[in-house]
Design a protein. Structure first.
Length: 294
C-alpha cells in the first residue's frame, strides 16, 4: 500500500499546485484522487453465494463460459516454428471472474514480455485480486467503497508477486484491469447497473450498448504511448528493479452506467490494438475526419 499512497500523494500535490492551492483543489487524501473520478452511488448489498466462476486459459486455450451470462477465452496468433513450437508460449494473459446474483468480479492481467515469470505474475495478480474482493465486497455500500477496495486489492496483488521470490527484483511484471459489475439500489440516469474498475497498464474495458448499438471505451485514455507498443503505461511487480516498485504512471479508476442488457467487454492489448486506427496505419481522413494526425 505504501507505493500507492506515495504515488497518489505526489499526484495530489501536482494537482494542488496547478490549482494554486485553491479551496476547490483536490484534498490531501491519496484515495481521493481516484475517488473523484467515481460517482458516489449506492449499490445493492453483495451476497457471498457464488453462482459461478471463470478462470483461464487452460492448456487447450478453450472457451470458458457460464451459460449466456459470461464468456472468456485467451488465444495466441503467434506463428509456430518447426521443431521450436509456437512463439510467445506460454501465454501470459490470464482472466479470473466471479459471478454472483447481483455482482460480478472481473479481473484480467497481461504478463509483460514472454516466459514463465510474467505468466506467473499475471496469475498471481488475478488470484489475489479476486480473493481480496470476494472476501470484502460485502462491506461496500457505495461505488466509492468499491473503487477503494479495488485499489487495495491491486496493491495486495503487487505484494503477492514480490513475495514469490527470494529477491524482490526477480519476479515478472504484469498489467492488470480489475472491476466490479454491481446493481444500483436506485437507478442513475435511468440505468440500473454500474461497472467500476481500476487499471494499470494497457488492458481495456468497453461496454456494448444494446439500445444504441455502439461500443464505448470505459478506459479511454489509459494507453499513454500509442507510438511505442513496448510501453504498456504501467505494471505491477518490480518495474523498478532497484526499489522493487510498481510502475503506476497510468493507474486510474473508471466507471460506466449500464442498462440491463448491456455487455461489458475486457480485453488485453493483443485484442484492442487490432482495432486502433493509428496502430493500423489508418489516417483520420480515411474516416472523413478533418485532421492530419490522431
Amino acid at each position: 500500500m505504501t507505493q500507492l499512497h506515495l504515488f497518489l500523494d505526489k499526484r495530489t500535490k501536482v494537482a494542488m499546485d496547478a490549482a494554486d492551492q485553491s479551496e476547490s483543489s483536490l484534498t490531501s487524501s491519496a484515495y481521493d484522487v481516484l475517488q473523484k473520478r467515481l460517482m458516489k452511488l449506492e449499490v445493492v448489498p453483495h451476497t457471498t453465494q457464488l453462482c459461478g466462476s471463470l478462470f483461464g486459459p487452460d492448456d487447450l486455450e478453450s472457451e470458458d463460459r457460464y451459460g449466456d451470462v459470461a464468456s472468456a477465452q485467451t488465444i495466441s496468433t503467434y506463428p509456430t516454428i518447426p521443431n521450436c513450437g509456437r512463439l510467445g508460449d506460454p501465454i501470459c494473459d490470464r482472466f479470473y471472474i466471479h459471478l454472483y446474483e447481483q455482482t460480478s468480479i472481473i479481473t484480467l492481467a497481461d504478463g509483460c514480455s514472454w516466459g514463465p515469470k510474467p505468466r506467473e505474475a499475471a496469475m498471481l495478480a488475478c488470484n489475489e485480486i479476486v480473493s481480496c474482493m470476494a472476501s470484502r465486497l460485502h462491506g461496500c455500500i457505495h461505488t466509492w467503497d468499491i473503487g477503494c477496495l479495488l485499489l487495495k486489492a491491486l496493491m495486495r496483488a503487487h505484494g503477492k508477486i514480490l513475495a514469490t521470490k527470494d529477491a524482490c527484483y526477480d519476479p515478472g511484471t504484469t498489467t492488470v484491469l480489475a472491476g466490479v459489475l454491481a446493481k444500483l439500489k436506485e437507478p442513475a440516469d435511468g440505468k440500473n447497473w454500474v461497472f467500476v474498475c481500476v487499471s494499470v497498464g494497457d488492458c481495456k474495458a468497453f461496454y456494448y450498448s444494446m439500445k444504441e448499438h455502439t461500443f464505448v471505451d470505459i478506459t479511454a485514455g489509459n494507453r499513454l504511448n500509442l507510438s511505442d507498443a513496448r510501453d504498456c503505461g504501467g505494471r505491477l511487480g518490480p518495474a523498478d528493479a532497484e526499489e522493487c516498485a510498481p510502475d503506476l504512471r497510468n493507474l486510474m479508476s473508471y466507471y460506466a452506467l449500464l442498462d440491463d442488457d448491456d455487455i461489458v467487454v475486457a480485453v488485453s492489448d493483443g485484442v484492442h490494438d487490432n482495432f486502433d486506427p493509428q496502430l493500423r496505419g489508418i489516417d483520420p481522413s480515411d474516416y472523413g475526419i478533418s485532421a492530419s494526425t490522431w
